[in-house]
Design a protein around this ligand. Structure first.
Ligand SMILES: C[S@@+](CC[C@H](N)C(=O)[O-])C[C@H]1O[C@@H](n2cnc3c(N)ncnc32)[C@H](O)[C@@H]1O
Length: 284
């Protein structure tokens, strides 16, 4: 009888192990990425309003290049049954995560999206009204020849009234080795790590880490090696790719005069700042 209530050695060990699980080991890197880096509602609203401003009509078919978990695609089709989208990414892992977490929860509406496990340079099933490449993903193209080829393909793939929208960042802080920590209200710290910068090729290596209150960390959850493209040179390449018009949308400044206010408007010159994010909007 006494042995019945005695905990078994193996079980005891298992319980101990469970107790030792860190927050990092239980975390989902794609969920943390979406929370830290993406603002899907604002981005989709910006893209839809942009098209209306530029073309005077509603954009219906959307294409998200380097879509990863396809979060923008999901928010695009959530706008209504007439909205459709295609996402392109070469990695099945984030695509499958996005199907499970971002598309399946939309029910039947998920059928309005088509995800392609394909290179972003390949053509769409249907010519998009709006095509975008967000979070500087297209910076993996490191030569002018490769970038021009990608932009030409993007232009040719758009419908006749389509627009192509890319984001970029710049300012002197981009060229410093530094770590920037952001405390997220969800209870973890998002770390943007500019690990290395090489001035001759203008290339950088960056990582994303996630840190947790128990001291654990998802170290290098994501890593990127890219060329740091300048706004003016990207604008020139878009023009060389045959776009009829390329405009820059520059972010306004908050009341404190220190940070961006999240409102992007068409501007010609911009202003001096340590770090900025901007959009280039190219019309076919
Ligand atoms: C930084 S993530 C972008 C995630 C998300 N779209 C965003 O805006 O934050 C970059 C993605 O590009 C994908 N990728 C890399 N090379 C690619 C290529 N040649 N064609 C399509 N996708 C590619 C990677 O698999 C990765 O999911």
């Amino acid at each position: 009888m006494a042995s019945k209530s005695k905990p078994k050695k193996g079980k005891d060990k298992k319980q101990k192990k469970r107790k030792q699980k860190t927050l990092a080991s239980k975390a989902d890197k794609y969920e943390l990425y979406q929370l830290s880096v993406q603002s899907p509602e604002e981005d989709v609203e910006f893209l839809a309003n942009l098209y209306r401003d530029v073309r005077g009509t509603k954009a219906l078919h959307f294409r998200e290049d380097f879509c990863g978990t396809s979060l923008l695609t999901a928010y695009w089709i959530r706008r209504g049954s007439e909205y459709t989208a295609e996402g392109f990414d070469i990695d099945p892992e984030p695509l499958n995560w996005g199907i499970e977490h971002n598309l399946i929860p939309l029910g039947a509406a998920a059928d309005q999206a088509t995800l392609h496990t394909k290179d972003a340079r390949l053509p769409s099933d249907e010519a998009p009204d709006v095509r975008c490449a967000q979070n500087f993903s297209y910076w993996l193209f490191k030569t002018r020849t490769e970038m021009l080829d990608y932009f030409r393909r993007a232009r040719d793939d758009l419908n006749d009234r389509g627009i192509f929208v890319i984001d970029l960042h710049g300012g002197p802080e981009c060229f410093e080795a530094m770590e920037e920590e952001t405390e997220m209200e969800e209870g973890f710290t998002y770390v943007w790590d500019q690990d290395e910068y090489w001035p001759i090729p203008n290339e950088a290596r960056c990582h994303i880490h996630f840190r947790f209150p128990d001291g654990s960390e998802l170290h290098r959850a994501f890593s990127y090696e890219w060329r740091h493209w300048g706004l003016a040179e990207l604008r020139d390449i878009l023009a060389d790719a045959g776009f009829a018009r390329v405009d820059c949308y520059w972010e306004g400044t908050d009341e404190d005069g220190e940070s961006g206010d999240g409102i992007f408007t068409k501007e010609e010159k911009g202003e001096i700042c340590l770090s900025y994010v901007a959009y280039l909007v190219a019309q076919k």
